[in-house]
Design a protein around this ligand. Sequence first.
Ligand SMILES: NC(=O)c1ccc[n+]([C@@H]2O[C@H](COP(=O)([O-])OP(=O)(O)OC[C@H]3O[C@@H](n4cnc5c(N)ncnc54)[C@H](OP(=O)(O)O)[C@@H]3O)[C@@H](O)[C@H]2O)c1
Length: 316
Amino acid sequence: MPERIGVIGTGAIGITVGLHLAESGVEVVFFTRNQRRARDVEREGLRLIVDHRHYHVYPAVMPLAEAKGGDLDGVILAVKAYDTARVAEVAPDALLDLPWLSLQNGLHHWAPLLERLDVERFTLAATSMAAFRVLPNTVRQTAMGTTVLGPHTPGTDTAVASFWARLLQDAGFPTVLVQDVWPYLWRKLLLNAVVNPVTALARVPNRGVVDVPDLRELARDLLREAYPVVASRLLPEWDLDHLWEDLLNLLAETGENRSSMFQDLQYGRPTESPWITGVLLDEAAREGIHLVRHETLQRLLEGLQVWQQVEGVHAR
Ligand SMILES: NC(=O)c1ccc[n+]([C@@H]2O[C@H](COP(=O)([O-])OP(=O)(O)OC[C@H]3O[C@@H](n4cnc5c(N)ncnc54)[C@H](OP(=O)(O)O)[C@@H]3O)[C@@H](O)[C@H]2O)c1
């Protein structure tokens, strides 16, 4: 019997993961925000473009609130951090009895979900797969990346996490299973806290941070400023120089991508900043450290969002 997996979210990551899983023989059912979106997916299908290959499927799809868990083996969470609370609110009980995997960025937004989901069922991943939506139902994938995953609680049984690792690996995603995924999550948060605001506010694709000396310098300063706050949570070998090299490589590999924060701002959506830079600033405040540059960019971002709300997205 093929595995049957539910994917919450029909955006960039949901479509990327869902369609690769389907291609590898997994039965995938998509869960949407509402009935209108489910009908749209039913009518148009979902498309994934990877290099010159096009995948087009008409998947099983239904609104999350109507999901049935009975015949599923697991659920993948692929919504933005700011939508996790809503998922936690509307997901039917039957889904909460299953193993869950989060491919999301940001930290601490899982709290409402963990009020309903047994932590032992929850696997977290830090992934560098990259994709963006070119049309509502069409996604271009730009990197398979590497997905590092492990149980939410370090040191606990990895049976559930290894189920997810096998599934992703079989679908072609380079995947590493670890006992403690938190250093990888913090590393991703640190790098996102550097790249997202710079690209979003300067309105440049990722390679802009590599190519434009002022932006490169700013990114380096942001990394240097935040590093001491998270250093104790990272692996010892990830010193500042190592992280800077990694960041430059990542930006070069995904040069044409627009960061998700850039896209969110462009379309007048909320951003994941409270669960990325916000977490970093909270952490710094607890340690009595003032991250002047990060705080300034956060304020600029929030100011711009308020302006957009008042004046409309095109105000920028
Ligand atoms: N894109 C990347 O390259 C990338 C890489 C690594 C990690 N991530 C992380 O992955 C997560 C998802 O990002 P993304 O880029 O895939 O975002 P996205 O393209 O905006 O997709 C999010 C999807 O979630 C759906 N959604 C929102 N609330 C929902 C709900 N209550 N029930 C069901 N579906 C719901 C949205 O529905 P609508 O279509 O109706 O709005 C949308 O289809 C984020 O945390 C992001 O940081 C992304």
